[in-house]
Design a binder for this molecule. Structure first.
Ligand code: EPU
Length: 339
């Protein structure tokens, strides 16, 4: 196992911010983590795990240890008439897994195509898009406790999933390092086409769509709307869509009858933050080296490749103030700030 000192994290955050980690340790197995867990310095030191850093904002250099999973296995580990289970290493690139499953004609994650990041991060963050969330296919998340070296297998219920959230984002889970995710895919076609734009495109393509057809259309939609982090640094949606009470939404609708929204099963209403920001006329707005993306207001970008984490955070704060002033609604970053 390599232990790297004063290591640039530019390639490990999709904003492309040039922060440094005191220590950077790629781990390739449970045993690597267990070896580290026996080291007193490792037990005491500040520590975070970073995949591709597609949901992180480094505000400064990171004084501590950055762990990075390179566990790359995809193991078929169970099968019924209708389902196939896979135990997948946390270091597998999420979209490579989606491609592999769609090509094998297995269903469940095709709507989550082209989302950047690794499998471990996908499970921590409960990634979601086009009416699907990864928690719907997760059976278990396996993690090593960084002080004891013990392996814990969390059932999907213990992961306590909700919108872009899980137990692993809570402070009491900080010592768990995800190593594997157990996923259950479906063998028979089971498409989720509630998202109108996606449904129209898929149906226009073929009468008998497969997971691969859905994947290809999702990729097209995302490429039209979202900037490629390899070209323009960004972390996808910067803010979560705020969830408001039915009464609060009614007040908003009186002022803005066209306001898009999703009704939630519990009676609350999710309002797209991208629309709120767009209505504040902030698309393309630039502050220093950071900007609101021109084609999707929910995305903040490293406009010229020179932005610092502070530049992005200042822009985010400005956007939050504008939305609060105009709509009286608080929007919260989905992106995790690291200092
Ligand atoms: N809208 C605007 N202007 C904008 C952006 C959006 O008016 O600049 C409007 C759209 O017209 C639409 C509504 O807002 O009526 C929602 O927009 P969209 O369907 O593009 O989805 P979103 O709510 O902006 C969410 C996820 C995305 C996911 C898409 C597709 C969150 C925070 N974001 O975005 O996830 O890909 O739905 O399902 O839930 C991510 O998390 O990084 C991410 C990209």
């Amino acid at each position: 196992m390599e232990i790297l000192q004063n290591y640039s994290l530019r390639a490990y955050n999709t904003f492309g911010i040039d922060a440094q980690a005191d220590w950077f340790i790629p781990f390739a197995s449970v045993e690597d983590l267990q070896l580290l867990s026996r080291d007193e310095y490792f037990q005491e030191c500040r520590c975070i795990t970073v995949g591709e850093g597609s949901n992180l904002l480094f505000l400064t250099n990171f004084h501590g240890i950055v762990l990075h999973s390179v566990i790359q296995s995809v193991e078929r580990c169970g099968e019924t008439e209708d389902t196939v289970d896979f135990l997948v290493g946390s270091g597998v690139k999420w979209d490579d897994l989606v491609a592999q499953m769609a090509e094998a004609d297995l269903y469940g994650i095709e709507n989550l195509s082209l989302i950047p990041g690794q499998v471990g991060a996908a499970a921590v963050q409960n990634i979601g898009a086009y009416g699907a969330e990864v928690c719907e296919v997760i059976r278990e998340v396996h993690a090593v406790h960084r002080r004891t070296g013990q392996v814990h297998r969390f059932s999907v219920d213990e992961c306590a999933y909700s919108y872009r959230h899980s137990f692993f984002k809570e402070p009491e889970a900080a010592d768990y390092i995800v190593t594997h995710v157990l996923l259950r895919l479906l063998k028979h076609s089971h498409l989720k086409l509630d998202y109108a734009d996606l449904r129209q495109r898929v149906i226009a393509r073929t009468e008998t769509p497969t997971a691969l057809d859905v994947r290809e259309e999702v990729i097209r939609i995302r490429q039209e709307k979202l900037p490629d982090p390899a070209v323009l640094g960004n972390a996808g949606s910067f803010f979560m869509n705020p969830i408001v009470s039915a009464e609060a939404f009614e007040r908003l609708r009186q002022a803005y009858p066209e306001a898009p929204h999703y009704d939630l099963p519990d009676g609350q209403v999710k309002v797209p933050a991208g629309w709120l920001i767009d209505r504040c006329a902030l698309k393309g707005y630039r502050l220093g080296h950071a900007a609101v993306y021109e084609r999707q207001a929910l995305v903040l970008v490293n406009a010229d490749g020179e932005a610092t984490g502070q530049d992005i955070a200042r822009l985010a704060e400005y956007v939050q103030e504008q939305v609060a002033e105009r709509f009286g609604l608080q929007i919260t970053p989905e992106v995790r700030y690291i200092s």
